[in-house]
Design a protein. Structure first.
Ligand SMILES: [Zn+2]
Length: 198
């Protein structure tokens, strides 16, 4: 039986997605054996990230700076804006740089059941970005759920008054946690085959 501190570390690690108690223990053992190198490095890195984490004031991405790395990247095509429900969707899409433009994170989806209204999401901020000009196309990359699609329709309606092309993925994104398992070919295909809304 390990000391309470080591047990606590194992318990904390076991709460990470994809890491059960057994893998957590294995990770702890690995770290303990490398207490002078990897353990210190991990502790420092975690501390640094925790200190710096901030939500991008422009797109809602989470990064260590605001504007985030994507918003600040001059090589990104500002004329294309991809709207996603959550940061996890942004990261999945951006994993392989599948989308050349920039993003907008809504922070959820409309849901009568959960009481999520349009004003609870970053929809006004999105309209503000479009209104500011320079955007040619808004890609609605919502999850393939009823609520995701309802959200997409609502946003498409709100965008109608602006001179932008509104498209959506050929297939909606799978829900949250499954994104990691979605291969890039499928995502790339859904993006390539995106179609106009309405
Ligand atoms: Zn950003």
């Amino acid at each position: 039986m390990a000391s309470q501190e080591i047990e606590n570390l194992a318990a904390a690690l076991s709460r990470l997605p994809g890491l059960g108690p057994r893998s957590a223990r294995r990770a702890v053992l690995w770290l303990v054996k490398r207490r002078d190198t990897a353990l210190g490095e991990l502790a420092q890195t975690l501390d640094a990230v925790k200190e710096l984490l901030v939500e991008c004031a422009t797109c809602g991405n989470v990064d260590t700076r605001s504007p985030c790395g994507i918003c600040a990247d001059p090589k990104r095509d500002e004329r294309q804006l991809c709207v996603v429900e959550d940061v996890s969707d942004l990261w999945a899409l951006d994993r392989a740089r599948l989308f050349p433009g920039k993003y907008h994170v809504l922070g959820g989806k409309l849901s009568a059941l959960d009481g999520v209204r349009p004003e609870d999401l970053a929809i006004d901020a999105l309209l503000g970005r479009v209104e500011a000009g320079g955007v040619d196309e808004v890609v609605l990359a919502m999850n393939a759920t009823l609520e995701g699609q309802t959200t997409a329709h609502y946003i498409a309606e709100r965008l109608e008054e602006y001179p932008v092309r509104i498209t959506q993925l050929a297939h909606g994104l799978p829900v949250g946690g499954e994104l990691d398992y979605l291969d890039e070919g499928t995502l790339a295909q859904a993006l390539r085959a995106r179609r106009p809304v309405g």
